[in-house]
Design a binder for this molecule. Structure first.
Ligand code: SF4
Length: 66
């Protein structure tokens, strides 16, 4: 099951079943990826380019850009 998080510029799709909770995203962009919060990906926390770059580093492919 995947969930989408978007703003005007970018949509991040998160596939819960692929996420290995390596927390690379959390360390890379802590203002966007907040696992303790209910809406855990907050796309307003960084620029679209920063988010796209960070998504590219996810080791499991759990997060993608739409
Ligand atoms: S980097 Fe990818 S696998 Fe790791 S916690 Fe973030 S979404 Fe999940």
């Amino acid at each position: 099951m995947s969930t989408e998080y978007s703003n005007d510029e970018v949509t991040v799709v998160w596939d819960k079943t692929k996420c290995i909770h390596a927390a690379k995203c959390v360390k890379g962009l802590p203002n966007v990826f907040k696992p303790k919060e209910k809406r855990w990906i907050q796309v307003e926390g960084a620029s679209a380019q920063e988010i796209i770059d960070q998504v590219g580093k996810c080791p499991s492919g759990a997060i993608t850009i739409k």
